[in-house]
Design a protein around this ligand. Structure first.
Ligand SMILES: *[C@@H]1O[C@H](CO)[C@@H](O)[C@H](O)[C@H]1NC(C)=O
Ligand SMILES: *[C@@H]1O[C@H](CO)[C@@H](O)[C@H](O)[C@H]1NC(C)=O
Ligand SMILES: *[C@@H]1O[C@H](CO)[C@@H](O)[C@H](O)[C@H]1NC(C)=O
Length: 348
């Protein structure tokens, strides 16, 4: 009786194995491997989905994973100068990613403002403003198209710190809520322009972050409820399409810049000097970031996608022989001015 049962079991198992064998074994092995990687990644990044969503997400993750593996082979063959990794965006398609995060829009504005032009002056060979203690921590804009506010605030914070007000963080949310149409051109989480942030902070001042914390959604402007505000004094446009002007300005200031951040390489960037092909024309600019230094072969750029993206939140852009700069970095460049002597704006 027992023996008969065992035989039956053995036959069943054999039949099962043969059936399984009709699927591609090496494929299903790979699938299992990637599934394990996916599940670990989900845990690490706190991603939970419904069953339906999960299989959709896994499909995208798998493609991205394979792309990263192929890219890594080229890295090892010495054909790439930057690496990709499974960051927070590893289960998003390029299309989803762009629609959600790339909301900067460069208007075809004339440079009628004060312009910083190249002077041919001597600049240090290498600058990293973090070493001066004037760069705040990397933030995370979340799923709100507020890159423009983060880029503006990063530059405002550095200007403030260079003006002697140490360790202050300013409110991106105030710009999202208040530096909007009709008076300004920006549209909160739906995108905007860094210079709107500078104009706003120069007209109304801007609150500290703890008094007007980041919510990551569009809200009603609540600037009047804040007490501690810092006043700025306009901004400067850096001469467009000039590597010399860019570096001269970057040797002293944090620069808000517009870039083309489209594509899977930027989305999954992990480390190294980024030199992926990019359309660097003005209409292609879709993301606002902040330049906080440079070296002979790169520009040091602070992003607002948290510290798990890139090099602890930063990316190094190749310094290329192109007027537009890597991904158009030298197209739309400006920085705010802080004047410690200006009186604070008081709301009535
Ligand atoms: C599974 O298929 C491989 C060839 O694809 C074959 O060598 C192997 O014997 C098969 N295994 C079984 C249990 O049928
Ligand atoms: C099985 O999958 C591997 C890896 O994807 C592939 O190279 C191979 O051609 C596939 N074999 C068959 C018989 O489909
Ligand atoms: C950014 O550059 C890529 C690569 O050249 C291009 O395909 C893409 O359309 C550009 N993005 C925008 C918004 O134009």
């Amino acid at each position: 009786m027992q023996k008969g049962l065992l035989t039956l079991l053995a036959i069943t198992l054999l039949a099962g194995t043969t059936l399984l064998n009709t699927t591609n074994e090496s494929n299903s092995f790979l699938e299992d491997e990637v599934m394990k990687v996916y599940q670990n990644w989900q845990k690490e990044h706190g991603k939970r989905y419904t069953q339906f969503e999960n299989s959709h997400r896994f499909g995208i993750f798998k493609k991205n994973y394979q792309y990263i593996q192929e890219h890594q082979q080229r890295v090892e063959a010495g054909l790439e100068t930057f690496e990709l990794g499974l960051n927070d965006f590893a289960d998003l398609s390029v299309e989803e990613f762009e629609a959600k995060y790339l909301k900067y829009r460069a208007t075809q504005r004339e440079q009628t403002n004060q312009v910083y032009r190249r002077s041919g002056k001597q600049v240090p060979i290498e600058v990293d403003l973090r070493k001066d203690g004037v760069v705040s921590e990397v933030k995370n804009q979340g799923s709100c198209g507020s890159c423009w506010a983060f880029s503006a605030v990063a530059a405002l914070e550095t200007a403030l710190r260079q003006g002697g007000v140490k360790n202050v963080e300013l409110s991106e949310q105030e710009l999202v809520d208040c530096a909007v149409q009709e008076e300004f051109e920006s549209e909160g989480c739906n995108g905007g322009e860094m210079y709107d942030g500078f104009k706003y902070a120069s007209k109304y001042g801007i609150a500290i972050r703890s008094e007007y914390p980041y919510a990551g959604v569009d809200q009603k402007c609540a600037a009047q409820q804040t007490k501690t505000r810092h006043q700025f004094a306009g901004y400067v446009d850096v001469e467009s399409l000039s590597a010399e002007a860019y570096v001269e300005a970057a040797s002293e200031h944090a620069l808000s810049i517009g870039i083309n951040a489209s594509g899977i390489n930027f989305q999954l960037y992990k480390k190294g000097i980024y030199n992926a092909k990019c359309d660097g024309s003005k209409p292609a600019l879709n993301h606002g970031v902040t330049n906080i230094g440079y070296a002979p072969d790169y520009y040091l750029i602070k992003n607002s996608w948290g510290q798990s993206w890139g090099e602890s939140g930063y990316i190094r852009f190749a310094r290329i022989a192109d007027r537009q700069g890597q991904c158009g970095a030298q197209q739309e460049v400006n920085f705010p001015l802080y004047k410690a002597s200006e009186s604070q704006v008081v709301f009535e």
